[in-house]
Design a protein around this ligand. Structure first.
Ligand SMILES: C[S@@+](CC[C@H](N)C(=O)[O-])C[C@H]1O[C@@H](n2cnc3c(N)ncnc32)[C@H](O)[C@@H]1O
Length: 273
């Protein structure tokens, strides 16, 4: 779309994903004038959508929330109002100044911190919840880093998804699409289970949070049934001696903390997707 056509169409495009994608062109110019290289221009998330995102991420007291590209600070401020310790990462110095003033005016400057920094040079590892209203390509650029975060970290985005990493939840909020992912533990590979002399060799494959596989019991190979993975909680069932037995496991580095209490150790690790 040409610049003239873009400016003619801006009001119509000013809702949802189309706006942000189109505005990228304008943002490049603005960014050059301001001598900061932005990866995406500033378009605020409507307050109703901010509230829905924080609700979706179950943000509450004690959570550490990180908004990547924090604009005027509205997500950070709203998270702080819910009792979370919230940090905004923003590259634009004017927006940094404005959002700090907004946090002060909202009376949450103790819980709301704005850092002038580049999201791609930011350590994400301390966050419990990450929020983003960026672009599809930026989501994908961040995806490998997000998948390295501790299992159970919630990632909430406005408007854009992450290709073949399917969201754990997706919903509409006043005409905007919002998405939630729970960072999955790495369970793919081989696990040895043992209890009262009985042994099971569990071979799991994993496509992000989607898990399947087989279990070998003596010479018998049976499918892993009803497997779900949410953060580091793995549930599955095995049909043993004709009876479907359910298992719930907390995934630790090289162990499964299983209920019922089988001893379970990792024999081999495989790729997450
Ligand atoms: C679409 S806005 C979203 C603002 C806010 N998160 C919201 O939802 O209302 C994206 C923001 O990211 C900032 N930004 C762009 N590239 C950045 C980068 N590399 N590092 C940090 N912030 C960046 C922009 O200045 C802009 O404020």
């Amino acid at each position: 779309m040409s610049a003239a056509a873009l400016s003619r169409n801006l009001p119509r495009l000013a809702a949802g994903a189309g706006a942000l994608l189109a505005l990228t062109v304008v943002g490049f110019v603005v960014a050059q004038n301001a001598t900061v290289t932005k990866d995406v221009v500033y378009v605020p998330t409507p307050q109703e959508v901010v509230d829905a995102m924080l609700e979706m991420g179950a943000v509450g007291p004690g959570d550490r929330v990180l908004d990547l590209g924090s604009g005027d600070g509205r997500i950070v401020i709203s998270a702080a109002k819910r009792g979370a310790q919230a940090v905004g990462i923003e590259i634009d110095p004017e927006l940094v100044e404005q959002s700090r003033a907004n946090a002060k005016e909202a009376g949450v400057e103790d819980l709301a911190e704005i850092r002038q920094a580049n999201i791609f040079e930011t350590d994400l590892s301390q966050a419990d919840v990450i929020t983003m209203y960026l672009l599809p390509s930026l989501n994908m650029k961040l995806r490998p880093k997000l998948l390295e975060l501790k299992p159970g970290t919630r990632v909430v985005t406005h408007a854009f998804a992450m290709e073949d990493w399917k969201p754990d939840r997706q919903q509409d909020s006043v005409g905007r699409e919002i998405y939630l992912w729970i960072v999955p533990a790495r369970v793919a590979g081989v696990w040895n289970l043992e209890r009262d002399g009985q042994q099971i060799r569990l071979t799991l494959r994993q496509q992000f949070q989607e898990v399947g596989g087989t279990a070998s019991i003596d010479d018998l190979k049976i499918p892993v049934e009803d497997a779900t993975l949410r953060g580091n909680v793995l549930r599955f069932a095995l049909r043993i001696d004709g009876q479907l037995q359910s298992f719930e496991a907390r995934v630790e580095e090289d162990r499964l903390q299983l209920d019922p209490p089988w001893r379970a150790t990792r024999a081999a690790i495989a790729a997450l997707h």
